[in-house]
Design a binder for this molecule. Sequence first.
Ligand code: AP5
Ligand code: MG
Length: 219
Amino acid sequence: MPAAKYIILFGPPASGKGTQAARLRELLNLPHVASGDLFRENLQGETKLGLEAKAYMDRGELVPDDITIAMVIDRLSRPDCADGALLDGFPRTIAQAVALDQALSAQGHRISQVLYVAVPDNVLVERVSGRRLCRTCGEAYHILFNQPKVPGVCDHDGGELYQRDDDQPETVRKRLQVYWEQTSPLIDYYRGQGVLVDIDGNQSIDAVTMDLEKAIAGT
Ligand code: AP5
Ligand code: MG
């Protein structure tokens, strides 16, 4: 049996993690495990976890490690993740990365690759301000860079497109600050493990997908 593959799509807010995960799904045939999406699903379902996370998300801060780690490790323990997963938005702190390493090694697994999609801050602000998401399937669009065929409507399922609450300029600035302070140290952490691959995220969506596919294929 081939070894399970745990791949992390790593990068700052709005670097294109969700957009690229949707495109890599077919190639990888692995579930997309996105911590932000898990929090938003909980919020939509009005669970205790969702309501607890909301206050942090609205401020652009990280949800505390204990809550986040428990949620993601639980998700990874489900049968559909037996062959691995494409992680997006997790881990985001050294404590989360250590907890993930421990949980995987307890199962005889480890991180295969960390694909670091780098994008300059000024470009990120532009991407966030024009982002629109499908309320039904979560597909990400952009009012200039990735337009739906019909404005305000998802190409796939006709769902309504909406703007995320935490995509307001003030919150985005905070999210970027939090990224540089608390999340960027993971770049050295994973470089030290020899699993980090640098990807230029400041290219067209198609060009980034091509570079990610090459990295995954090891070419
Ligand atoms: P989360 O949902 O993970 O948000 P994020 O990391 O801030 O990333 P985004 O989802 O905003 O961006 P993305 O990289 O997916 O970009 P996208 O593809 O949409 O987290 C939200 C909150 O949840 C956090 O702030 C925190 O509170 C909490 N949280 C989540 N995980 C946590 C954790 N592990 N620990 C603690 N708290 C946690 O693209 C963005 C836009 O750009 C779109 O409009 C897209 O169409 C466009 N675009 C994409 N690629 C390109 C391109 N190449 N060129 C032009 N436009 C592009
Ligand atoms: Mg995302």
